[in-house]
Ligand binder design. Structure first.
Ligand SMILES: NC(=O)c1ccc[n+]([C@@H]2O[C@H](COP(=O)([O-])OP(=O)(O)OC[C@H]3O[C@@H](n4cnc5c(N)ncnc54)[C@H](OP(=O)(O)O)[C@@H]3O)[C@@H](O)[C@H]2O)c1
Length: 306
């Protein structure tokens, strides 16, 4: 099977790459690689949709795993055109190609498609209502895929962290080393998700889909996030105590809870964006992982990489 993986340099893409090899030949795409390195690592700016189409016609993938996205939530507020190109036009283009040529699209979306007002975990069938440009662009991507009528799974996820790239865990570790006191938002609730758990969940779903290849009844939209519900403030507390236990932090900074309204962020975030993961569990036997062991493993990896 020919597999095309985009976003391989990102948090999720890095975790997916070694797991996807079990299904066939994986060709990866990113924009900063020297394409001379290997014909299986291609260099492409995915916002150039003409070149994406040429690539698809040349590679003819049976499965496209699209982990590439414009993920800079604040920057997107004043940079909506590139955000929509990557998060809506690109998946739409891949989906239409997949519909015309056969194959399957596996794509990722976000808890930020919701407005955060529900107060209970969001199901796949709940009404969307993004309150920032990033969420709008990701929702437009979901719609473009559904409109294409191709075979697809879209996994919505939330608060992704890993030992690489820029994410809340890495930011908190850096800030804790620089400052003795930190103010952290305490009125946004969600589920931090380790990129490795998200990658394993994705691969379990892909495995099931491939076993029942001709049956499209389980295609569609699912939620996957890790199972621990928390706030950024409490998540930071877990990061500091686990990191300190592992010897990654000499001192834990004093923490001050902050309301979103007091924190100068350009994009608004939903106050409550917990995703209900019952559908992926019932359909694909994918269980959500808890925070403590995942965070400890991620922090251990950061320590090992030092
Ligand atoms: N991060 C989160 O908290 C979060 C939460 C909910 C949902 N999600 C979704 O989960 C998925 C994976 O996110 P992630 O955290 O792994 O994102 P990430 O770490 O920001 O990785 C995104 C990848 O996309 C690539 N990319 C962006 N623009 C590109 C372009 N024009 N051409 C080629 N490549 C381009 C980036 O390449 P460069 O390395 O060159 O920039 C990077 O490798 C995304 O669909 C995201 O929307 C993420």
């Amino acid at each position: 099977m020919n597999i095309l993986l985009t976003g391989v340099a990102g948090q999720l893409g890095q975790e997916l790459l070694p797991l996807l090899a079990q299904f066939g030949n994986v060709t990866t795409v990113d924009r900063n690689v020297d394409s001379a390195i290997s014909p299986k690592r291609l260099k492409l700016d995915l916002s150039d949709l003409n070149r994406v189409e040429i690539l698809l016609n040349r590679q003819r993938p049976d499965l496209v795993v699209n982990a590439a996205a414009y993920t800079a939530v604040d920057k997107a507020e004043n940079d909506s055109e590139p955000a929509f190109r990557m998060n809506a036009d690109l998946p739409g283009c891949i989906a239409r190609w997949t519909e015309r040529n056969g194959g399957f699209l596996f794509h990722f979306s976000t808890d930020y498609v919701f407005d955060g007002q529900k107060g209970q975990p969001y199901r796949e069938t709940d009404e969307t209502g993004p309150i920032n440009v990033y969420g709008e662009s990701k929702l437009a991507g979901e719609w473009a895929i559904a409109a294409s009528k191709c075979r697809f799974v879209v996994l919505r996820t939330s608060w992704v962290y890993s030992a690489h790239g820029s994410n809340f865990v890495m930011s908190m570790l850096r800030l804790a080393r620089e400052r003795s006191e930190l103010s952290i938002v305490s009125d946004q609730t969600g589920c931090p998700t380790w990129a490795r758990n998200l990658a394993s969940a994705s691969v379990k779903v892909i495995d099931r889909l491939l076993k029942y290849k001709t049956d499209s009844k389980n295609d569609g939209l699912y939620h996957y996030c890790d199972s621990t519900i928390t706030t950024w403030y409490e998540f930071a507390r877990s990061i500091f105590s686990t990191a300190s236990g592992l010897g990654l932090l000499d001192e834990i900074p004093r923490m001050l809870p902050l309301k979103s309204s007091q924190y100068p962020q350009i994009a608004q975030r939903p106050g409550f964006s917990v995703l209900d993961t019952a559908a992926i569990r019932d359909t694909f036997a994918v269980e959500s992982m808890g925070l403590n062991a995942s965070l400890a493993a991620c922090l251990q990896e950061i320590e090992d990489d030092k």
